[in-house]
Every structure is written in structure tokens, then in C-alpha cells.
Design a protein around this ligand. Sequence first.
Ligand SMILES: Nc1ncnc2c1ncn2[C@@H]1O[C@H](COP(=O)(O)OP(=O)(O)OP(=O)(O)O)[C@@H](O)[C@H]1O
Ligand SMILES: [Mg+2]
Length: 333
Amino acid sequence: MDNRPESRDPEFLLEVSDLVQSFAQPRGILDRLAGKPQKVVHAVNGVSFAVRRGEVFSLVGESGCGKSTTARTIVRLLEPKSGSIVFDGEDISKFSASEMMPVRKKMQMIFQDPYASLNPRQRIKDIIMEPMLFHGIASGKDEAHEKMFRLLDIVGFRPEQADRYPHQFSGGQRQRIGIARALSTNPAFIVADEPVSALDVSIQAQVLNLMMDLRDEFTLSYLFIAHDLSVVRHVTERVGIMYLGFIVEQGDCDAIFGNPMHPYTKALLAAAPTLDRIVAAEPLKGDVPSPIMLPPGCPFANRCPQRRDLCTTTRPQLREHSGRIVACHFSGN
Ligand SMILES: Nc1ncnc2c1ncn2[C@@H]1O[C@H](COP(=O)(O)OP(=O)(O)OP(=O)(O)O)[C@@H](O)[C@H]1O
Ligand SMILES: [Mg+2]
């Protein structure tokens, strides 16, 4: 199974192993005086996965399960607490800001909120040309202009729209501008953090289709993040299901959709039924545990309809089962 790569396999563009990320919460003066220990949010707890060249890999899970933190750590907006991030054969997990510069060209990010992620004072043409000039992709303004018009055309804009500002466009259009900006540095890898969640359902498919067309045209690999499995269903080859900073099930999308094994995956699928698939599962009860006090056993134990004593005391490890890996003491037994 290739989910925990042991070696730097050229087939993989990205190999993430045992990634850990946490945030120390600021301590008030009274807590400090009282000698109370600093609280730590354990956002990502040993996540491993790999993305093949040309592949779409998705991370899916409810709000707060650590998807964005994983993404931001991989693109090194955050420094990992531990673990390795091998991108295009190089371990970038400890790269300095200057070492990251050439990597940033090849690794771009598309954000959930196309309103907040575009500078409102910049014209569209400058938004797209800025990364090209910054990274020396275009040798001068003329070449940058030419490339900018080509990118605008590819994402569906007319040349005269280049002089407009972000507020003159709709949400879906702004996300397409964000995509053009991401493409401007000729990346090999795009991390798309909930790229369509803020858009109307009717627009979501358009943007997803565009992203998939671009994958073929530019030989892109994507790390795609979503909280809704139905969004990634038709665009992803493999999927990792996250819960409380852990991957609880991971493997081929078809295998997981066709036969979900982890009780949490079943609950997620049951919450988003489609015409071709109905999963029998009880609706989830109870709350996600606090990421400050991780439970000693299975992270899902307090909500799991199949819980037994072992689940509350011993954390299940990921093991291979029916074409995927799953972290459950009793799934498949
Ligand atoms: N900068 C930060 N400082 C402190 N805690 C943080 C920070 N960023 C994220 N967290 C916490 O880390 C956990 C994971 O958050 P994250 O944003 O990665 O989740 P997510 O899966 O992307 O959720 P969503 O679907 O809402 O975007 C949450 O408990 C969150 O409150
Ligand atoms: Mg997020």
C-alpha cells in the first residue's frame, strides 16, 4: 500500500509523513501566576498521505478537523511541529523562507473565500501578473501581459475585463481569477482549500470542471479540501477522511464510497445521500472532543455507535483492509 511512503518515489509529487501541527493558546496573566500549564490545540496529529503526479487527492472532514491546518503546513505557511513533507523529491519541512521561494512557484494555493483572497485595490491584470514578475516567470512586462491575457482567456474572461477590479465580478468569477493567479507561476501542484464552498451550487460545478480541465492541460496535481464528500466525489481519485486531526480512513475514492468502513465515514456519507448511493448509518450524536484534550483511545469513540471498551482506551492504528487503510478496532471484523 502506498499511503505511507517509505522512500522518495518519483511517482509521487508530494509525500506527507506523520505530520503534526499544534497551536499553543496564549495564557492570561492570572493563569501564569497560578502556574496553570499552557493549553495546546492539537490540530493535526500524525497525518500521512501521498499525492501522485497528475492525481487529485482529497482531504474531507467536518469543520475544525484540521484540513486547512494540514494544507497551510504543507505549503509552509506554518512550520510543522514534526513530520516530513517531501515535495518533488525534496524534504521541505525545515526549509527556510528563502529556500521555499523556488518551491512556492511550483506549489500554489486556492482559497475558500474568493472575496478575501484577492486584493480589492488591484486590477485583475496586476493580480495575475504580480506572481509572474515576482518569481521571474516572465522576463518583462510585455511577456507578463501576453501570458496574463492567455490565462484570462483560459479561465473564461475577455481581454477588456483585465482592467477591472475584483468587486466588479461575481463569486464564481473571482474564484476563476484566483485560479488564473495560481496558474501564473506554472505550478505542478495546487492546494485548493474548499475552493467552491463559498459559491452557489449552480456555480460550483463550473469551477470544479474548470479545475479538472486545467489539470489535464497543465499536468497539475491537486490536494483538494472539502467538508462535503459529495463535492469531491466526481473529481478525486483518492480520499483521506479526517477527524480531530487524524486520518481515520484513506484510499481509492470508489472503494470508500462504495463500501465505507470507518463508522465516521459511514456517518459522513449518510449525511450526504445521493441518488446512486444510500448508506445506512445513524445520524451522529454528541460533540467532537476538544483538540486540547485528545482522548486516549479512538478519536471518534464518544460518538461511535459501534463503540466497545477497547475503543475508549486504545487508539486504533491505520491498517489495510479491502483496498483502503482504516483506523478502527472493529471495522471489517
Ligand atoms: N492559528 C490558530 N491558532 C489556534 N488554533 C487554531 C489556529 N488555526 C486553527 N486552529 C484550530 O485548529 C483546529 C483545526 O482547524 P482547521 O482550520 O485546520 O480546521 P478545518 O478542518 O480547516 O475546519 P473548517 O472546515 O472550518 O475550515 C481547530 O480546533 C482550530 O480552532
Ligand atoms: Mg478550513
